[in-house]
Each structure stands twice: as structure tokens, then as C-alpha cells.
Write a protein that binds this ligand. Structure first.
Ligand code: UD1
Length: 418
């Protein structure tokens, strides 16, 4: 069993660069299937989810290998269109392979990705979009069998701006004949990164970042060289860590525009934030102030993935903060663990009220999910004594080196394998 141990009470200081974005690299790796050539993905974070994606690509017949921080994928040897159940279960976002495999092979078989720790996560919008492009999809015994000898471009209207459904629709539309327009598309920066990657492969995609995306299908794409954007949620995590513990840190090689709602919230809490085009500096001298209302919503709103870490930053603030979680039903599971450290958090349905307390005490706590686990680390850096965080496999799904990064910022933190 592995634990992350940290001694709270140290101010953080210094500068670090931020890893590549998990939520960019996963759909981009699926998109490598489209070209039948070699792609080099720069700044690819070494994450458990990336390992799982590599396993899926290899299962499909690709050659995949690391060259330092770059991941290379040769999809010229794809020979399979099925993803086995045990690989599908390891990572919910494996559903993004559906559009990519269909585009490349004209058929796909995957198992149904179940609900996860955040509550039910349906894929009805993904399937509706693919069906509208001409895919026939049979759902039997937990499996999805999809056939699409020929997909045709279409007008797609998403009933809500789902990130995954937008990505699946883009990937399928690249292999469809003619033009597809996706209305009410998700506007996340990771979708624009996927578009940039596809265009580097010779695809015709534009509009990502807005609510309307146009894709003109193309028969042949080619290999490319692409650098993944910085991970805005990892950036939000380290900013929250310094905000809560106090300090003066600089994050480099980021796009502060991608997480401006998070920096605005931390500024409202009393942190000093200075940004230029590629870096952000945060200075925090306790105590912070509570924030009247943080509502999560699709980009460019406040990201649901940053809710837990910003909540952890505010545990010792003066006053009350109110969170409203609009994206997922079950996203306050970290609250119970934070309460073991003395936090005063009252979740009820979609709302959680945080009353600042003067101090947190170290405790033995367990990660409940990826960002919830990171929130425990953010809290542990403020707590008196040595906090032990367990179930860190959740954290490893999305943070390439949280212990190393925070150590470089002066935290007393280590990983222990027991
Ligand atoms: C992506 C991110 C995840 C983030 C989430 C919301 C990746 C790999 N993951 O997840 O980190 O928390 O966006 O910003 O990029 N929905 C449906 N039907 C569908 C699809 C979605 O009802 O077919 C609902 C979901 O239940 C949820 C909402 O739409 O309530 C948003 O989900 P979505 O944007 O699809 O999130 P993911 O792509 O799964």
C-alpha cells in the first residue's frame, strides 16, 4: 500500500512548470488512430490513465513508446476494433475511443463504461451523435457493438455541452463523408487542443473553443508532432495549495486564461495574483476570506474538477463559503475525509457550506476520487502534524508527480510504500 505523507504548516515558495493536461492527452491519444502513421505527443504526462490508454492502443495493434517526455504512437499497424472489458473498466474516458475506432475501422466493440465515483455518467449524448452520423449501435449485455461502413456528415445538436460527447463527435466526423456541424459543443481548452492536433494531422476542423464546431471529413490524415497544453486543473491544485498554506509561488508554461475563474476565486479570497501570457504568480498571507458563492459549470465557468481543491484552500478562511456543484451528483465525497481533519463542511445535495476553522489537525485520510485526493493533500499542507493520505492510486490517475512538484515548492511531503 502506498501513502502520501506531509507535514503541514510550511509556506510554499518557488517556481515550477506544470505537466501536460490529462484531459487533452487522452482524446489526442485516441485520435492518433485516425492517421495510420506516427505521431509524436510532446509534454505527455506520465499518468496511470496514460498507461491505460497505451495499453488500449497496443491492444488495437499500435506501437507505442516513450522518448523522454514525448510519447510516440505508430497506428499504421491497427488490426483490431475491440476494447476488452477489463481495459474499459480501468478508465471511464476510454469511451472516447468509440468515435476514433469507428472513424478508422468502420466498426467498434467496447463494453459499456459504468458509473464511477462521481455518480452516474451516462453516454447517451455520445451514442446519439454517432447514430446521427450513421453508426448503427447495438447495446447488448453491457457491450456496445457499432457498425458504420459509411458515416455521413450531419447537423448535430448536443442537448448539453458534454466534453466527451463533443470529442467523440469530432473524431467520428473526421471519418465521415462531408461536413458535420456540432451545435452546443463544449468549449473547454482541451477541445481546442484536440482540434489543433487533428489539424496538424491534416484534418479540417474549426470552431473549437466556441459552441459551434465544423468538421469536414477527410479520407487520409498523416502523422504529426504536437505539444499538449498545460493541465489547468493541476495548476489550480498547486495554486490552491499555496493559497491555503500561505506562500509565494510561480507556475510556468501555463495559459492563465484557461483557469481564470479559479484565480478570480482565489483573488476574491484575498490572494494576490499576477499573470503574464505563460505564467501565474500567487502570493497568499493568511488568513483568507470565505467566498460567498462558487458554482461549477461548463467552461468558461468554474471547473467542477477544481471544486475540491479550492474548497480545501478555504478550510481555514475567515467566514463562510458556499459551493454549488452543477456538473456531477456525487462530488463531495472528499468532505467527509476533510472533516476528519477538523474542517467544518456541510454538504447537502448539490450545495456544500464551508465555515472556516482556525486550525486543521493532521489525520489518516483516504482519497475518494482523483480531485478529492488532491484536496486532501492541499488540506494536509495546512494541518498541524503529519497527515497520511491513502488510496493514492486515485491521485496517480491525474498527477504525474504531485510529491515532487510540491517538494520543489518547499513542502515537506513524501511518498511511502508500506
Ligand atoms: C470531462 C472531463 C472531466 C470533467 C468533465 C466536466 C475528460 C477526460 N474528463 O468528463 O474531468 O469533470 O468533463 O468538466 O475530459 N452527460 C450526459 N450524457 C452524456 C454525457 C454527459 O448526461 O452522454 C452529463 C454528465 O453526466 C455530466 C455532464 O453531462 O453531468 C458533463 O459531463 P461531460 O462534459 O460529458 O464530462 P466528461 O466528458 O465525462
Amino acid at each position: 500500500m502506498s501513502l502520501i505523507l506531509m507535514e503541514g504548516g510550511r509556506r510554499l515558495s518557488g517556481a515550477i512548470t506544470v505537466q501536460g493536461a490529462k484531459n487533452s492527452v487522452l482524446p489526442i491519444l485516441a485520435a492518433t488512430l485516425l492517421c495510420g502513421d506516427i505521431c509524436r505527443i510532446r509534454r505527455c504526462p506520465r499518468l496511470q490513465d496514460v498507461e491505460t490508454t497505451m495499453e488500449i492502443l497496443r491492444h488495437l495493434g499500435c506501437r507505442v513508446w516513450w522518448e523522454s517526455e514525448d510519447l510516440l504512437v505508430d497506428s499504421s499497424t491497427v488490426c483490431c476494433w475491440e476494447i476488452p472489458d477489463q481495459l474499459m473498466r480501468k478508465m471511464r474516458s476510454s469511451v472516447i475511443f468509440l468515435g476514433a475506432i469507428l472513424s478508422r475501422c468502420g466498426q467498434a466493440k467496447i463494453s459499456y463504461p459504468g458509473g464511477c465515483e462521481l455518480g452516474p455518467r451516462p453516454i447517451d449524448l455520445h451514442l446519439a451523435a454517432l447514430r446521427q452520423l450513421g453508426a448503427q449501435i447495438e447495446e447488448t449485455g453491457g457491450s456496445l457493438c457499432c457498425y458504420a461502413e459509411q458515416m455521413n456528415g450531419s447537423e448535430l445538436m448536443l442537448s448539453l455541452p458534454s466534453v466527451g460527447a463533443t470529442e467523440n463527435a469530432i473524431l467520428a466526423a473526421c471519418g465521415a463523408a462531408g461536413t458535420t456541424t456540432i451545435h452546443n459543443a463544449a468549449r473547454e481548452p482541451e477541445i481546442r487542443d484536440l482540434q489543433n492536433f487533428l489539424c496538424a494531422m491534416g484534418a479540417d476542423v474549426h470552431g473549437a473553443g466556441s459552441s459551434t464546431i465544423h468538421v469536414v471529413g477527410k479520407k487520409r490524415l498523416h502523422g504529426c508532432d504536437h505539444q499538449v497544453i498545460a493541465d489547468r486543473i493541476v495548476a489550480a491544485t498547486y495554486l490552491s495549495a499555496a493559497a491555503g498554506a500561505g506562500g509565494d509561488i510561480c507556475l510556468q508554461e501555463v495559459d492563465p486564461g484557461h483557469f481564470s475563474t479559479v484565480t478570480a476565486a482565489l483573488a476574491q479570497a484575498g490572494c494576490r495574483i499576477t499573470c503574464d501570457e505563460t505564467s501565474v504568480r500567487l502570493q497568499s498571507d493568511r488568513p483568507l476570506r470565505g467566498i460567498s458563492l462558487i458554482r461549477t459549470s461548463p467552461y468558461p465557468g468554474f471547473p467542477t474538477d477544481a471544486q475540491a481543491v479550492v474548497m480545501a484552500a478555504l478550510l481555514r478562511s475567515q467566514g463562510t463559503s458556499v459551493f454549488v456543484e452543477n456538473m456531477f451528483e456525487n462530488r463531495y465525497r472528499h468532505a467527509a475525509e476533510l472533516r476528519r481533519m477538523g474542517a467544518d463542511i456541510r454538504p447537502e445535495g448539490r450545495v456544500a457550506v464551508v465555515c472556516g476553522v482556525p486550525r486543521l489537525q493532521a489525520a489518516r485520510v483516504d482519497s475518494t476520487d482523483l480531485r478529492g485526493g488532491a484536496a486532501l493533500v492541499v488540506a494536509g499542507l495546512q494541518a498541524e502534524g503529519i497527515t497520511e493520505v491513502g488510496e493514492i492510486h486515485h491521485i496517480q490517475r491525474g498527477y504525474a508527480d504531485i510529491v515532487g512538484d510540491l517538494s520543489r515548492l518547499g513542502a515537506v511531503i513524501r511518498r511511502e510504500n508500506t
